[in-house]
Write a protein that binds this ligand. Sequence first.
Ligand code: URA
Length: 244
Amino acid sequence: MSQIRLDKYLADAGIGTRSEIKSYIKKGVVSVNDITIKKPDIKIDSETDTVQFQNRIVQASSYEYYILNKPAGYVSATKDNTAPTVLSLIKSSRKDLFPVGRLDKDTEGLLLITNDGTLSHRLLSPKRHVDKTYYAIIEGIISNEDISAFENGLIIGDEDLNIAMPAKLSVLKTEHFPKELSYIEVTIHEGKFHQVKRMFKAVNKKVIYLQRISFGTLVLPKDLASGSYRELTDTELASLKNCC
Ligand code: URA
């Protein structure tokens, strides 16, 4: 038997915040075993009782995991007053989803969206150094000295915490005309604010396009169009949970 307060059961299932749920219960749209309940604090048995919200059965807490190919122009936050958020791209009845970490508004690519706070905490922990790989287009030609500077770790600001750990920088191709451009991949092991852009700035270069292509064991699928998302496969989820 697993006893739990009705309002917590509904909150864990992503129906809304505790206060939203209290008002739903007061309105009489929640039932337990077909009996309308008007008290949020009654205890239910989450294994045997049938809870319904607006006549639909509410499953006990379940986590959701999505891989999103973030387009430019979307903010990696749950709310924003100036621009659409990445969550506006996800069609789910859950209200507790959030992006794991942040990509800048103009950065594209792989973003994990979930409601699993424990996994998110682990993946973002500064102690774990989860690898993140980015594809980028850089103004200028990347030199061997730049590659060594990335390999040795860079100072990317004035404060103590602004030393970026060694990172692997590979040049995929360069163009010299009409403009000098380098197409690169870089793998970093931290997630400092604007880290990739600041690392290139530290070697006097400018990032003009940035896309995350992997995060831990998760890889951005080639067939996932910009703005699209899908659930993680069981294998992707298991690897992510074990990797870091
Ligand atoms: N580094 C950046 O500079 N921006 C991002 O969005 C991610 C990493």
